[in-house]
Write a protein that binds this ligand. Structure first.
Ligand code: PLP
Ligand code: COI
Length: 365
């Protein structure tokens, strides 16, 4: 598909863009353009359009505004050593968005069109792709239900797919540092048969009360536990988790298994492979809150990290809950552990073209 292009008549000045790229933060600034592709039950996908970034107009009765029929993705484009731009595993994000669409009774955007939309936006807004290694262009594809009407007897018959982009630095404030997390026992994120394993906005809407609780306890983010016993560790508010048992080349990394209630992170799957390449053992498993606490106390668990597109690989230094607090490794004031650092370095190396991409994970945009 070719995309029609309506250029932004008032793009950011070079000075304004440079100021943003000097300290992008996360999700605060957006590039000059966006992509939109509309879908109707009768006509399928319409032509793709590159438009100036700006407000969109919706009927007040649009389904997305009442019933939250919305899905999204998150992936990054990286400036490569040779100056070109490449995205990390965009096909995997396209496929996850299709799974999300099926669960939420929405239209499936074909993988090729998804990747073409990234090319259309990054092509026109290329100057917004920061220099590596700790910065990238965060791409946020999303889809909303646009049919107006308040009945709930059928899913929406029209959708709009949009893509926006935002230069990104560190997700957690204060740079790469061990974060402190809050174990949520009052709230539940997801139960079997629900929407926990897809990326719909409602999962996040329902998480903000726990996020606020975490912040009130001085924590950076919430850790979700299983719905039945509030005992088995699932994932964090914006990323998956990895537990490091032992140290050195013999270290074993365990990430909570996909039970249907946590998001199958693309970073998580990739790290299982990267970890093996680095000589560690990597596996999926079941970790309870007690094993986490006791393992940290005995030294069996040496490091714990969060992993996701936005969070990259972030060490966790302390865990708080209604029962108290325990620390991991050298704690929140430390530097995080060597296995976490090695995983991060190798992953970012592949993403920025500094380490050979033997997996074919990078797609030139
Ligand atoms: N879990 C949640 C709840 C997330 O929002 C994300 C981020 O997308 C992840 C896990 C990690 O997924 P990925 O590695 O594909 O970014
Ligand atoms: C991502 O890492 O892409 C996410 O979606 C996290 C986001 C909810 C901030």
């Amino acid at each position: 598909m070719t995309f029609s292009v309506a250029r932004n008549p008032q793009p950011a000045s070079d000075a304004d863009r440079e100021a943003v790229l000097a300290a992008p933060g996360f999700g605060k600034h957006f590039t000059d353009h966006m992509v939109r592709i509309d879908w109707t039950v009768d006509g399928g996908w319409d032509e793709g359009r590159v438009l100036p970034y700006g407000p969109i107009s919706l009927e007040p009765a649009s389904a997305v505004l009442h019933y939250g029929q919305e899905i999204f993705e998150g992936l990054k484009a990286y400036r490569q050593v040779d100056g070109s731009v490449a995205a990390f595993r965009p096909e995997a994000n396209a496929e996850r968005m299709q799974r999300s669409a099926r669960r939420m009774a929405m239209a499936e955007l074909p993988t090729e069109l998804f990747v073409e939309s990234l090319r259309a936006l990054v092509g026109i807004d290329e100057q917004w792709v920061p220099q590596p290694v700790d910065q990238s262009l965060y791409l946020r594809p999303f889809m909303i239900a646009t049919q107006d009407g308040l009945g709930v007897n059928a899913p929406s018959s029209s959708f709009a797919y949009l893509l926006i982009a935002s230069p990104a630095g560190d997700y957690f404030s204060g740079g790469v540092r061990p974060v402190t997390v809050w174990l949520s026992t009052e709230y539940t994120r997801a139960a079997p048969g629900g929407t926990g394993e897809v990326k719909c906005g409602g999962n996040y809407a329902a998480s903000f009360a726990a996020t606020a609780e975490a912040a009130a306890h001085g924590c950076d983010q919430v850790v979700w536990l299983d719905a039945f016993e509030h005992r088995w560790v699932e994932e964090m508010g914006s990323n998956n988790l990895g537990f490091v048992f032992g140290s050195g080349p013999g270290a074993r990394i365990v990430t909570p298994a996909l039970t249907g209630t946590l998001l199958p992170g693309i970073t998580r799957t990739s790290l299982l492979e990267v970890a093996t390449e680095l000589g560690y053992t990597a596996e999926e498993g079941k970790i309870s809150v007690e094993e986490w606490r006791d393992g940290c106390a005995s030294g069996a668990i040496t490091e714990v990290f969060g992993c996701g597109t936005a969070a990259v690989v972030t060490p966790i230094g302390a865990v708080r809950s209604a029962d108290g607090e325990f620390t991991i490794g050298d704690g929140p004031a430390g530097a995080g552990g060597p296995v976490t650092a090695a995983l991060r370095e190798r992953l970012v190396g592949i993403q920025t073209g500094r380490v050979e991409d033997t997996h074919g994970w990078m797609t030139r945009l």
